[in-house]
Write a protein that binds this ligand. Structure first.
Ligand SMILES: [Zn+2]
Length: 408
């Protein structure tokens, strides 16, 4: 008897993480769906949901109601607790940074952007990031369980160093995770009773892809390719079976250094005509004969330029060039990786929203798999997906084992 009860409790405990992940990603809206997805008894699913509610992570509707679209019997609705804990997420880019408090479900509770030049010492901007985050936490009164940082560089694992921060002035190999951890501790982000205090860092496009896979345009894709350009340069990421493919040391998918114009401009990598220098927002502005202005980020300026395509022939030509260069790069990636979905972020997402067919046609023309079937190419759908992805990393210990982080 005792043994049976113990094993049931252990089974329940081991199901807490998978259950939370199902609710977190919107795949278990009711207790009945949770029961079937976990493959456990109704009693175990009920105990698991009750435990997650006790931990302050979810709410369980006390009266069963009909689940939307469900043919089965009414079930208790499961929701993420809107007043639950948060993590601090931050993204540093060439024009400054953005901080946010992010709850489960990828929900941004509060966020604040700041424009600033990013000097060579990472502690400078990361100190400002931590202070801004601590201020958001004070205003919200929320409990903070971790901190995640997105940077415009490959991040070596397990060291947490920024290997190629080309578009911020940081030295290559800067230990950004460690510095961020120090700044967060100094700013008082974690209270003594916080429990989990994971501090993590990752590449901004990797994190965007992870967030889109869990909550956005990449949901349910098996081989998801993400290509994005935000402020400077071009990044890529691959999510295979739900996991980021980051290579043997975190450097995989450096798609910005694909050659898309062999006679093109020299690149900081030593090559020539890379996607990074031929198809980022700065290259797009320059192709249209525009100088970057002082107002608004490069991304914002390039997005505004897209809207002028119909009225200005020079912009039209710049859009055609951008489409050709990006299309050539995507076709090469499709030939090598054979993804089942491609999602595009930043300026590329907007390019697709303006005219999806012309980019799809370039990719199909230049790729073997593209011609044979066509891979869906979609814009990213989440606001601030790199921030949400940084939060995903920070939430991971809770998703893996909620009780050990929150149970005390
Ligand atoms: Zn290059």
């Amino acid at each position: 008897m005792t043994q049976t009860r113990t094993s049931r409790l252990e089974r329940g405990r081991s199901a807490l993480g998978p259950a939370l992940e199902l609710i977190h990603t919107g795949r278990a809206p009711t207790r009945a769906v949770l029961t079937s997805r976990l493959g456990v008894t109704r009693a175990t699913a009920g105990a698991v949901a009750a435990e997650l509610e006790t931990l302050g992570l979810i709410t369980v509707d006390s009266r069963p109601g009909a689940a939307a679209g469900s043919q089965g019997r009414p079930s208790h609705r499961l929701s993420l607790d809107p007043e639950g804990p948060v993590v601090l997420a931050a993204q540093v880019h060439a024009d400054g940074f953005r901080v946010a408090l992010v709850g489960l479900g990828g929900r941004i509770v509060a966020t604040e952007p700041r424009r600033m030049t990013v000097p060579a010492d990472p502690a400078h901007v990361l100190g400002a990031v931590a202070d801004a985050g601590a201020e958001l936490l004070r205003e919200s009164g929320r409990r903070c369980l971790g901190a995640g940082l997105a940077v415009p560089s490959a991040v070596a694992e397990p060291e947490g160093t920024a290997l190629n921060p080309l578009h911020v002035a940081w030295p290559a190999g800067a230990p950004v995770r460690e510095i961020f951890g120090g700044c967060v501790a100094e700013a008082g982000v974690f209270r003594a009773e916080s429990g989990g205090t994971a501090v993590v860092a990752g590449n901004d496009v990797n994190l965007a892809a992870l967030a889109e896979h869990r909550h956005g345009a990449g949901r349910d894709a098996q081989d998801l390719l993400c290509v994005a350009t935000g402020h400077r340069g071009v990044g890529g990421a691959l999510v295979l079976g739900g996991r980021l493919h980051s290579g043997s040391s975190g450097l995989a998918l450096e798609v910005g250094h694909l050659t898309v114009h062999p006679e093109g401009r020299p690149c900081h990598c030593g090559g020539r005509g890379c996607l990074d220098v031929e198809a980022d927002p700065l290259a797009f502005l320059e192709a249209a004969g525009r100088e970057p202005g002082p107002e608004g980020s490069l991304l914002r300026q390039s997005q505004e330029l897209l809207a002028e395509e119909a009225s200005d022939p020079a912009v039209g030509e710049a859009v055609r060039l951008l489409t050709a260069r990006l299309g050539a790069g995507l076709a090469g990636l499709v030939n090598i990786l054979n993804p089942d979905r491609i999602i595009l972020g930043g300026l590329y997402g907007d390019l697709l929203r303006f005219d999806a067919e012309r980019l799809r046609a370039v990719v199909a023309d230049h790729s073997l798999w593209g011609r044979s079937g066509g891979v869906p190419i979609l814009p990213c759908t989440l606001d601030h997906n790199s921030l949400v992805g940084a939060a995903e990393l920070a939430w991971q210990p809770v998703l893996d084992d909620p009780l050990s982080v929150l149970g005390g």
